[in-house]
Ligand binder design. Structure first.
Ligand code: CAA
Length: 258
C-alpha cells in the first residue's frame, strides 16, 4: 500500500478508513493532506472490495481548517494558478459513499471537507463553523455553496458572515449533520453505518449516490429523468435479480456487486 505521511489509511472488511493525522496542527489541511486524502480515496474508489469510506480525525479535531500558515503569504495569482484546493475536487468526485465521522473542531476547510462527504456523523463534542471571515477571507473549499444547500440561505449566511461556531446539537437541528452520537461511540457508530452501506449491492449504491449528487445540481425535471434512467439501468444487474428473488423467497440477499 502507498506510504502516506499526513493520514492513516486502512481497510477493514469492505470499509476504507482515512484518518487525518497532523495532531500538531489540529489536522489543518495543507496541500499534502489534500493530495494524500484524494489519492487514498481514489484508490479505495477503484477497489470493488470497498463499499464505503470513512474519513475521520482525532478526538480534538476533525480538521481546524485549511492550513493558514501555508496560505498566509500567497498572492491572488498564485492561489488561482496553483488551483490551491483543486485536489479536493478529486476527493469530492468519488463514486463510493463517504461518511465523515466528526469529533472536535470541524472549522473552515474542516467543515467543508465534512460537507464533501455524503453522511456526517457527529460526536456530541463536535464544533462546526466557517470562521474564515475572521481571517479576512471567505470559505474556499465549497463552504459558501454546500452550506446553503445543506441548511438554507439564512442559516448559511449567518454562519459565513459572522464566523459563529456551533455545537453538534445546533448542527443537527439545522440539518448540517446526519446524526449526533456520544463521542465515545463515534467510531463504533461510523463502523456500523459504513458496514451496513458496504453490505449493499455496489451498483445500486453507486447509482444512489450519483443520483443524490445530481439533485444538488439539477432542476427537478432533469433530476427525475436521471433517476428514471439510473433506476432502469439497475434492472440489468445480477444483484437486482438476486435482491428481488431474495425478497420473494423470504431470505437475505447474497449480492455479487454486479
Ligand atoms: N492552520 C494552520 N495551523 C493551525 C490551524 C490552521 N487552520 N488551526 C490550528 N493550527 C495550529 C496552531 O497554529 C497551533 O500550532 P502551534 O502550536 O505551532 O502554534 C496548533 O495547531 C494548535 O492550535 P491552537 O494552539 O490554536 O489550539 P487551541 O485549542 O488553542 O485552539 C482552535 C483551537 C480554536 C481550533 C484554533 O486553533 C483556531 O482558531 N484555528 C483556526 C481555525 C480557522 O480559522 N479555520 C479556518 C482556516 S481558513 C480555511 O479553512 C479556508 C477555507 O475555507 C478552505
Amino acid at each position: 500500500m502507498t506510504e502516506y505521511e499526513t493520514i492513516l489509511v486502512e481497510q477493514r472488511g469492505r470499509v476504507g478508513w482515512i484518518t487525518l493525522n497532523r495532531p500538531q496542527a489540529l489536522n489543518a489541511l495543507n496541500g499534502q493532506v489534500a493530495d494524500e486524502v484524494a489519492a487514498a480515496a481514489s484508490a479505495f474508489d477503484v477497489d470493488e472490495g470497498v463499499g464505503a469510506i470513512v474519513v475521520t480525525g482525532s478526538e480534538k479535531a476533525f480538521a481546524a481548517g485549511a492550513d493558514i500558515k501555508e496560505m498566509e503569504g500567497m498572492t491572488s495569482a498564485e492561489m488561482l494558478s496553483t488551483d490551491h484546493f483543486g485536489a479536493w475536487r478529486e476527493f469530492a468526485a468519488v463514486r463510493t459513499p463517504v461518511i465523515a465521522a466528526v469529533a472536535g473542531y470541524a472549522l473552515g476547510g474542516g467543515c467543508e471537507l465534512a460537507m464533501m462527504c455524503d453522511i456526517i456523523l457527529s460526536a456530541d463534542s463536535a464544533k462546526f463553523g466557517q470562521p474564515e471571515i475572521n481571517l479576512g477571507v471567505i470559505p474556499g473549499m465549497g463552504g459558501t455553496q454546500r452550506l446553503i444547500r445543506a441548511v438554507g440561505y439564512y442559516k448559511a449566511a449567518e454562519l459565513v458572515l459572522s464566523g459563529r461556531i456551533i455545537g453538534a446539537d445546533e448542527a443537527e437541528r439545522i440539518g448540517l449533520v446526519s446524526r449526533v452520537v456520544p463521542a465515545a461511540d463515534l467510531l463504533a457508530e461510523a463502523t456500523a453505518l459504513a458496514e451496513t452501506i458496504a453490505s449493499k449491492s455496489l451498483p445500486s449504491v453507486y447509482a444512489a449516490k450519483a443520483t443524490l449528487d445530481a439533485a444538488m445540481e439539477t432542476p427537478l425535471a432533469e433530476g427525475l429523468a436521471a433517476e428514471k434512467v439510473a433506476f432502469a439501468e439497475l434492472f440489468d444487474t445480477a444483484d437486482q435479480k438476486e435482491g428481488m428473488a431474495a425478497f420473494r423467497e423470504k431470505r437475505p440477499p447474497h449480492f455479487v456487486h454486479r
